[in-house]
Design a protein around this ligand. Structure first.
Ligand code: AP5
Ligand code: MG
Ligand code: ZN
Length: 216
């Protein structure tokens, strides 16, 4: 299955993607994670992306589209994938559509996770991420059992763009540049919407239902 997860910063795209990709057996492709890894590794891509992530702005489309096309061309994507955080502008969505068409492929669904803005701030400022495996927690909603990662015992950190000032910039960028994608995918009949305010496991189950899967 080829899927896109849409939603504002903090809606739960990464949290749901971890679970869904396991259940469907397809890779979870997060452009945000790819940029953060490149920054950590000090590559040329990381150097290009760093200032944008720090300021809560989008990395230019030309950089992002090239990165995604290269990733989607890899062998592990031949049975599908789950895109998280891409596309994020109408131009990126158009590039993805024409790239898929050139391969006689298409998306199966675009799932929009809906969460109101006031809740997003609480989610993002309370988020903690494992510095080793990337597992995501929340100091109130999804607590680790101790102060280390439950999966790998790695150290838990706050993302540098999860400060209140950068979060408000990210939300503004979402409204201006990413929200128009909802109309784009509604028009071509791919958009499915899910209420993201429920418990994490309930949201997963609801997404499963939209995809015709019975996930208990
Ligand atoms: P990216 O990493 O994609 O960040 P984002 O879109 O801002 O989304 P987040 O990762 O912050 O939120 P999420 O929806 O994944 O939420 P999560 O599951 O963690 O992008 C970062 C940056 O990279 C961008 O600003 C940009 O600079 C660049 N970039 C990336 N893609 C790009 C592109 N295509 N083009 C250009 N630039 C790009 O959950 C959040 C918190 O809530 C967690 O603590 C979690 O535990 C908790 N939570 C999750 N679900 C629930 C629930 N149901 N109930 C209660 N708590 C919950
Ligand atoms: Mg994420
Ligand atoms: Zn970990």
């Amino acid at each position: 299955m080829r899927l896109v997860l849409l939603g504002p910063p903090g809606a739960g795209k990464g949290t749901q993607a971890q679970e869904i990709s396991k259940r469907l057996g397809v890779p979870h492709i997060s452009t945000g994670d790819m940029f953060r890894e490149a920054i950590k590794a000090g590559t040329e891509l990381g150097r290009q992306a760093e200032q944008y992530l720090r300021g809560g702005l989008l990395v230019p489309d030309a950089v992002t589209v090239g990165l995604v096309q290269e990733r989607l061309g890899k062998a592990d994507c031949s049975n599908g994938y789950l895109l998280d955080g891409f596309p994020r502008t109408v131009a990126q969505a158009e590039e993805l559509t024409s790239w898929l068409e050139s391969r006689q492929e298409g998306l199966d669904a675009v799932i929009n996770i809906e969460v109101p803005a006031e809740e997003l701030l609480v989610r993002l400022t309370g988020r903690r991420v494992c510095s080793q495996c990337g597992a995501t927690y929340h100091i109130r909603y999804n607590r680790p059992s101790g102060d280390k990662c439950d999966q790998c015992n790695g150290e838990l950190k706050q993302r540098s763009d999860d400060t209140e000032a950068v979060v408000s910039k990210r939300l503004e960028v979402y409204r201006k540049q990413t929200a128009p994608l909802l109309a784009y995918y509604r028009k071509n009949g791919l958009l499915k919407e899910v209420d993201g305010t429920r418990d994490i496991t309930e949201v997963t189950r609801a997404i499963g239902q939209l995809l015709g899967q019975d996930w208990q």
